[in-house]
Design a protein around this ligand. Structure first.
Ligand SMILES: C[S@@+](CC[C@H](N)C(=O)[O-])C[C@H]1O[C@@H](n2cnc3c(N)ncnc32)[C@H](O)[C@@H]1O
Length: 227
């Protein structure tokens, strides 16, 4: 199983050990399986709303091959990721470190999920690793409103599509920027291309009367050219 470039990038940003990693909206579970193999956490949780996907993951994890590799610290959860049963698996509220990964879903759903999970994890030590499909500005605005700080961020291009990856947590010292900060490398042509494309996208939607506040967004992205 070869991870896509996007999933490789997300995987590379899991650089410390956690007690629990929650691979939410896991689909076939490729990312979680990789994290489990490299023992990135005491327990890896696979979460998706589609029962057949979880059955397939469960079969893989119960296979002879997985047993030989002693891949036994996992759980599968067929449920809405908004409802993660953190209290059932984490007894030491102060000590246990959780990483919640949400990748490959639209920004609006991702915001809804985090809104619910921030409440569920209120008493726990939790970090979020996020890779929305579209609506990055909106997601970033939401993270700022929630007072989540930046641990790391990156930009990855795969098959001509661009993805922003955000690693955030309450109490992280650096601020999240609306338009990205440490992810940009303006010596990289792909990054310039992504910035151009993003500005053009907002210039297009600015023409619609429903998006009257887009000028400020465009200005913020344009100011990155000067940085
Ligand atoms: C495109 S896949 C993303 C897979 C993987 N995370 C990635 O980044 O490649 C989206 C998955 O989200 C799942 N999903 C959508 N809404 C969900 C929800 N509210 N709770 C849990 N899973 C959800 C879908 O069933 C689907 O498997």
């Amino acid at each position: 199983m070869k991870l896509s470039l996007r999933l490789q990038q997300i995987d590379s940003m899991v650089s410390r050990e956690y007690d629990h990693i929650w691979d939410c909206c896991c689909d076939h579970g490729f990312l979680g399986l990789n994290l489990l193999k490299r023992q990135a956490a005491q327990t890896v949780h696979f979460v998706d709303i589609v029962p057949d996907l979880l059955k397939q993951i469960e079969a893989k994890l119960n296979s002879e091959f997985a047993r030989k590799l002693q891949l036994n610290a996992w759980h599968v959860h067929c449920m809405d990721a908004a409802d993660l049963p953190v209290e059932l698996y984490s007894k030491d509220v102060l000590k246990d470190k959780h990483l919640v990964i949400i990748a490959g879903v639209g920004g609006e759903l991702l915001i809804e999920l985090i809104q619910s999970l921030i409440k569920r994890f209120a008493a726990y030590q939790v970090e979020f690793l996020l890779c929305p499909v579209h609506h990055n500005y909106k997601v970033r605005q939401f993270l700022i409103e929630q007072k989540l700080g930046l641990i790391n961020e990156s930009l990855i291009c795969e098959n001509n599509r661009y993805y922003e990856v955000l690693h955030v947590a309450a109490g992280a010292p650096q601020s999240v920027s609306n338009v990205g900060s440490i992810m940009w490398d303006f010596n990289n042509k792909k990054h310039i291309n992504y910035l151009d494309k993003t500005i053009k996208h907002y210039q297009r939607i600015a023409k619609s009367p429903a998006h009257s506040n887009t000028a400020a967004v465009i200005e913020q992205y344009q100011s990155l050219y000067q940085s």
